[in-house]
Ligand binder design. Structure first.
Ligand code: ZN
Ligand code: ZN
Length: 201
């Protein structure tokens, strides 16, 4: 696989270009736990752009109808790995920002927020940082668009930094899908609660 191909999709490159234009200098895939897509070394900020399928996006995950068991295991492993990586990085004093692939449509919102974090918040000194997330802000923005987040998306702690751990039955979580799973088990990345959601037919 070519070096260029491995280093991000087109929307990812668009985000990187916008950050560069903003005067922010980052490293691509630095050798720290989880190999984040981007990192701002001095500010100790890491950024992951997580694919909606591979990391269990509550809006876009689609469970394949063949090899169901294989994909179910794969999804759970990926999400558990994300949580482990978040913990490792936070314990090392990094800020962790996880964006969804679909968030990259909102580059104009993301870039100023990232610039603020990188320039103002700075390195964590206590060795323990809060998970910094855009998800609430992005949802507000999305609410005025077609892609408003459904109420079931939210954890009872109020966070929508939520991932799918498991779905019952094949199908897509997209609103207008022909086939949808009966329900989904989710995990909240903020409070770590695991909860079940039934989906309307
Ligand atoms: Zn998504
Ligand atoms: Zn929660």
């Amino acid at each position: 696989m070519s070096r260029i191909g491995r280093r991000g999709t087109r929307p990812e490159r668009k985000l990187r270009q916008a950050l560069w234009k903003e005067g922010l200098r980052y490293r691509i895939e630095p050798k720290i736990p989880g190999r984040p897509d981007l990192a701002f070394i001095r500010a100790r900020v890491t950024i992951f752009v997580d694919g909606c399928f591979w990391h269990g996006c509550p809006l876009h995950y689609s469970a394949p109808s063949t090899h169901e068991e294989f994909w179910a295991k794969k999804l759970r492993r990926n999400v558990e790995h994300d949580i482990e990586v978040n913990d490792k990085l936070r314990n090392l004093g990094w800020h962790v920002i996880r964006l969804w692939q679909h968030d990259l449509n909102l580059t104009s919102l993301i870039v100023p927020r990232l610039a603020h974090i990188v320039r103002e918040i700075g390195p964590n000194k206590d060795g323990q940082v809060e998970l910094v997330t855009f998800q609430d802000e992005l949802a507000n923005k999305a609410a005025s668009r077609k892609a408003a987040y459904p109420p079931w998306y939210y954890c009872s702690c109020g966070s929508n930094d939520v991932r799918i751990l498991e779905v019952s039955g094949p199908g897509s979580l997209r609103t207008n899908a022909d086939l949808s799973p009966q329900g989904a088990t989710c995990v909240c990345l903020r409070c770590r609660q695991v909860f079940r959601r039934e989906l309307e037919a």
